[in-house]
Design a protein around this ligand. Sequence first.
Ligand SMILES: *[C@@H]1O[C@H](CO)[C@@H](O)[C@H](O)[C@H]1NC(C)=O
Ligand SMILES: *[C@@H]1O[C@H](CO)[C@@H](O)[C@H](O)[C@H]1NC(C)=O
Length: 287
Amino acid sequence: MKSPMLRWLCLLSLSLPLLFWFGHVITRDGPAPVLHGPGLRGYMRISPGGMEQFLDMHCNQCALVSSSGQMLRAGIGEEIDKIDCVIRMNNAPTLGYESDVGSRTSVRVVSHTSVPLLVKNERYYFQQSADTTYVFWGPDRNMRQDGKGRIFNTLVKIANKYPNVRIYTVTREKIQYCDGVFQNETGKNRMKTGAFLSTGFFTMILAIDMCDRIHVYGMINDNHCSRANHSVVPYHYYEQNRINECRMYKVHEHTQRGGHRFITEKAIYAKWATRHEIEFKHPTWSL
Ligand SMILES: *[C@@H]1O[C@H](CO)[C@@H](O)[C@H](O)[C@H]1NC(C)=O
Ligand SMILES: *[C@@H]1O[C@H](CO)[C@@H](O)[C@H](O)[C@H]1NC(C)=O
């Protein structure tokens, strides 16, 4: 028969590792984030309780509405509003342009540089537009989460002030992935060639992640501006009397530092349209 001493030692040797294990678990700072939830890994929610949710959104049909001046007098607002999910970019308005661009916004993809424009009108974007999900993208210097990311900090403040708003950021890994996509498609390194990806590029990637079928409205193809008879429209439909679209595209295409390669990006989309269900309307692309 075992002595009481031996039994006690036995119990101790069993419970000590258990004690340490529990100690380890409960001394972590708060609960561990759930990193295996459903949704798209490249887009993380900023919520008052911390970041632990991926964008869990799927649409059969998406309308991706460009901000181009091509949308002026397009008269396709009704057609756009009939589509399950309507995706817009930055601060592109619907008010006053409904008959051309529609009135619903399911998702708004916003560049770090456009965040101040949304904040200026924050009641409209974050209180009245309750059905809209926001996806913000930006470089690490603005979006880092260690307290030094100026734009990220602003978004955290908004998430705290409007806790019901669905605010997501494109993760650093996803941004790097998009750079990789650009490099693979063009053979050029985005950073070394002094280019920034455009909001349109991130929006196309998101639409491919989220939608079974994409209807793109108001985007011109990569040849458009080199045709002698090309249409002359404003760069943005909501900024009339400003620089025209083709001039803007040409300046950016050849800028040494900090340009958006809008024309190169359009050539990339044409390739994607052969592999995904993407249709370009107004103007129509023949692929
Ligand atoms: C780029 O191409 C390489 C080689 O084919 C591949 O391994 C990599 O996954 C691609 N990257 C992206 C982001 O598509
Ligand atoms: C512009 O020129 C192209 C041929 O280069 C032609 O196919 C097209 O119909 C013309 N567009 C207009 C609006 O005249």
